[in-house]
Ligand binder design. Structure first.
Ligand code: ADP
Length: 445
């Protein structure tokens, strides 16, 4: 087992990883920008190293500074969390080249899945169904027209290197195609430095269903069921549920069997998530994330598993030690992502948190680095807390989330807590009757 892990991240996920390390008896090293000198992940770590100025590109994305911090503190492994360098194959390679373990998959698998075109091709060859679309990259407008005619409008132009919902444009008819194609390309070039795009059929009423996978280095692969992440704004998740109100246990088993067989063949290791769109009873793969997801806690609650502990164990060379039959599902879990944003305009609201009171009680979990007096810096993602509830049934989980949201007090900055209250009260949400398009209609953007 590792003696000391450097956590190349900040905020709630850095704390989450520290907690797993502490329970395993592993020392932790926090890294931080100058803006985060008093952040909770720094306060609670065994050691901390300042790696640069506030801008992420100079600190949390500064590979040389992070590797130096790992060397001088004598860390023997690096956990990247999510975002930042977590899906950077070059970083994974460099960590290993410096004699440390990267807690995640191999650099080869990170690159394969980081390009959505190669990811789709790999999954198709392993028998995983895809959303209909172009066969690989679409180099020019003429090819785009031909593909769109063949799969029929509406179509979605997507960046091969896309992430965070960027580099995506819908064309509803031939008249929209040129603008959508050029727009997606330009956004992909400026956001990801790679203007390769591909085309998919734009589905009109899908749900976003994803499957949590864990694999060791001995060919053992298990899944921990699905999460329904259909509540999105601008293609970004807002609230997630485990399990999905739309999926039966038989469908979960069938999807799980296909996905685990594919990853076993691929020789994948560590945690990963396969994302699907689900419509008219069919699942279609869209992408794979080769890292821990923001929404992993809801899976932990229903499966009674510590996914970060498992990531660390398998990275250290341990066997999973259990099989698919040992994975059980109990009750229902919901996660609300609480952002430092105006709940109506969604403008970020960085600033000083003057009062902070977290809800508690049976079945309530908070993953957050907030505290009274903390200054939410303007430089990073606006998510400041995850409120997670677990209860025997979905209705009980909604009631529990409602009362936990009512107890949650964050003063001094606006947050999206009022939006989540509205969602809990919405009849369509309570009925589980929503698609990826529902929330945008509900919030009016
Ligand atoms: P990113 O990596 O930017 O998150 P994804 O490929 O995971 O991009 O897609 C993000 C979201 O965009 C999905 O959850 C879904 O809401 C929407 N989306 C993606 N592909 C399609 C599609 N073919 N039809 C309709 N919506 C889609």
């Amino acid at each position: 087992m590792f003696r000391k892990i450097l956590i190349a991240n900040r905020g709630e996920i850095a704390l989450r990883i520290q907690r797993a390390c502490r329970e395993l008896g592993i020392a932790t090293v926090a890294v931080h920008s100058t803006a985060d000198a008093t952040a909770m992940h720094v306060r609670l770590a065994d050691e901390s190293v300042c790696i640069g100025p506030p801008a992420a590109k100079d600190s949390y994305l500064n590979v040389a500074a992070i590797l130096s911090a790992a060397s001088i503190t004598g860390a023997d492994a690096v956990h990247p969390g999510y975002g930042f360098l977590s899906e950077n194959a070059g970083f994974a390679d460099m960590v290993e080249a410096h004699g440390m373990t990267f807690i995640g998959p191999t650099a080869a698998h990170i690159s394969m899945m980081g390009d959505k075109i190669t990811a789709k091709a790999a999954m198709a060859s392993l028998g995983v169904p895809l959303v209909p679309g172009s066969d690989g990259a679409v180099p020019d407008l003429e090819t785009a027209r031909a593909v769109a005619e063949a799969i029929m409008y509406p179509v979605l132009i997507k960046a091969a290197a896309g992430g965070g919902g960027r580099g995506m444009r819908v064309a509803r008819s031939p008249a929209d195609l040129e603008e959508a194609f050029t727009g997606a390309r330009n956004e992909a070039r400026s956001a990801f430095g790679n203007d390769s795009v591909y085309i998919e059929k734009y589905l009109d009423k899908p749900r976003h269903i994803e499957l949590q996978i864990l694999a060791d280095s001995f060919g053992n692969v298990v899944h921990f069921g699905e999460r329904d992440c259909s509540l999105q704004r601008r293609h970004q998740k807002v609230l997630e549920e485990a399990g999905s109100p739309a999926i039966s246990p038989e469908q979960r088993d069938a999807l799980g069997a296909t996905a685990t067989a594919a990853l076993r063949q691929l020789g994948y290791r560590n945690a990963g998530t396969l994302e699907f769109l689900y419509q008219d009873g069919q699942f279609a793969f869209i992408e794979m994330n080769t890292r821990l997801q923001v929404e992993h806690p809801i899976t932990e609650m229903v499966c009674d598993v510590d996914l970060v502990r498992e990531q660390i164990r398998v990275a250290a060379g341990a066997e999973l030690g259990y099989t698919q039959e040992d994975v059980t599902f109990s009750g229902h879990a919901i996660e609300c992502r609480i952002n430092a944003e105006d709940p109506v305009t969604f403008m970020p609201t960085p600033g000083r948190v003057t009062e902070y009171h977290a809800p508690g009680g049976l079945g309530v979990r908070i993953d957050s680095a907030l505290y009274a007096g903390y200054f939410v810096p303007p430089h990073y993602d606006s998510m400041v807390a995850k409120l997670i509830v677990h209860a025997p049934t979905r209705a009980a989980a909604i009631a529990r989330m409602r009362r936990a949201l009512d107890e949650f007090a964050v003063e001094g900055i606006k947050t999206t807590i009022p939006l989540h209250r509205r969602i809990m009260d919405a009849p369509a949400f309570q009925a589980g009757d929503y698609t990826i398009h529902w929330l945008e209609g509900f919030v009016g953007t």
